[in-house]
Design a protein. Sequence first.
Length: 491
Amino acid sequence: MLYRPPDPTLRLWDTWIYREDDTVHLFHLQGREGDVGCTSIGHATTHDWLHWDTLPPVLAQGHGTAWDAGPLMTGMIVRHEDRYYQFYGAMIDRIQRIGVAVSDDLVHWEKVGDRPILEAGGPWYETDPAQAINYETAWRDPYVFYHAPDNCYYATLCARAANHGDTGGGCIAVARSENLLDWSLLPPAYVSDAHVCLEVPEYFRLGDRHYISYTTSYHFGIPYPVDDPYQAAGSFYVISDEMLSGYHTPAGSNRLNTSLPFGAKNYVGRSVPDPDDSARRLFYYQHVLPSRPQDPPQGSLSAIKTLEADADGTLNLCYAPILEPFTSDAQQAGDPLGPDVPLALLADDAQDGIFEATVTVPYAGICFRMARTADGVPGGLAVWLSPARAGETTLTLMMSGVRFPPGLEGSRPYFGDPLALARLNGSEDFPHRLRIVCRGPFVDIYVDDRLSISHTFDPADPPLGGGVGAFYAGHPKARAVETIAVRRIDP
C-alpha cells in the first residue's frame, strides 16, 4: 500500500526498517523474474511514510564459492559504536547461514570477512537438512537487540529444534554477543508443538511483558491448528514474563496480520518503537500481490498500524492515521438508508480512500468500488458484520462481491462468495465502527479501530468503480447505519 520498487521488473519481499532522526530507511529483499530467490537488498527512504526516494541496492549476493552466493534472506540493522551493522542471511545447499555488513551512513555497505558469523549448531538446533521435515537447515531472519543489564546483544532467529520429530519443532533460537561479530548459542526461547518454522521472529517488550512475534503459513507443507481457520497465514505472537524463556501462546487469539491459509495476502509482520508513545510500537508488513502459480510472489509495504497491548497482555493492531493528511475533506451523511432503503451511495468517484460507518445491527455495512454493470445493476464490494449463529456472541467480519438487482419488493443485495472473513472475539453488542482503507489492490478493514482483515485483490482485475455508500441486508429497520463518511486519498 505504501511502497513498491518503481522498477516493475523487481519484486519486493521481506522488509526491515531503521529510523534515523526524522528519516525512515526501508530495506527489503528483492529479485527479478527468473532469479532463484532474492538476489539483492533494496533501499528506500521517506519522511512521511507515503512519498519515497528509491536508492541504489545496498548489498548483492556473492559469487562463485562465496558463503552468500545463494538466495539472500531477511535482515535487520543495529547501531553500535557509531557504525551500522546489517545482518542478513543466505542459503547454499539447503543450509542457511548469517553474515554481517557495516556502514557509516546507511547507504554504502561493506561485507565483513568472507565467512558467516552465525551458523546453526548443537545440541539444541537442527543442522542436517536431510533430517529436516522441510529439507533445509533453518537458520535465518536474525533480530538483534541490545540488553543493557547484561551489557551485550542478543539475537532471535528462525530455526528448528534438534531431534524433535515430525510434528512442530519450529523454534525461536537465541544467540549472544558482546561485539556483534563473535556469537555463542543459547537454548531456544520457544519451541512450537505445531509449526514447522517460525519465520522472522522479533523480540520486544511492552509494559512488564515480553513478546516474540513470528510469521508462518502452510507453504512449508504441514497445516497447523489456529483459533480462526479463516485467518491462518501471517504473523502471530507468543508471550512471557521473562526475556529468553517461558514463552507460550496466550489464551484466545494470538494473530496479528493474517489471511486465508491457501493464499497468504500479507506476510512478515515487524515493528519499531513508536517515537510518540513508548507504550506502543509501529507495525508494518508486506501485502502479497497474487501471481501465476509458477511465479514468485510480489510484495508491497503495508500502511503502518500501531501495536498496542490490552491490560491482560493481548496484542492488537490498531488504526494509525498516517494517510489522513493525504485525503480530501470528508463527505458525511447521518442515517443514510432509512427503513426501506437497502443501498445509499454517498460518492461515485472515490476508488481509493478511507471509508467509515457506524453500524447498529448485523448485516449492515459499507459498500465500495461500486459501479453499474453492463445490465445496469449496481455492484461492487461489501463489508459487514454477522453473528456466527442466532443467540451467540461471536461476530464474523465478512467481505465479498455484492450486486443489487431489482426484485418484487425492490432492490436487495445479492452476495458472492466470501473473499475474506475473520472471527471477532468479543461482544455481539452494537453499534460497531467499520473503517475501510482502500488503495489500489490493497484493503485494510478495521472494527472499532482494530485491524481485522488485510487483503490484496488481483491487480490484473481489480474492481473499477468509485462508488461508496452504505447498505443493509436484513429486515427493514430504522437507523441500521447511523453515519457514514468518505474521504478520498489524493493521487
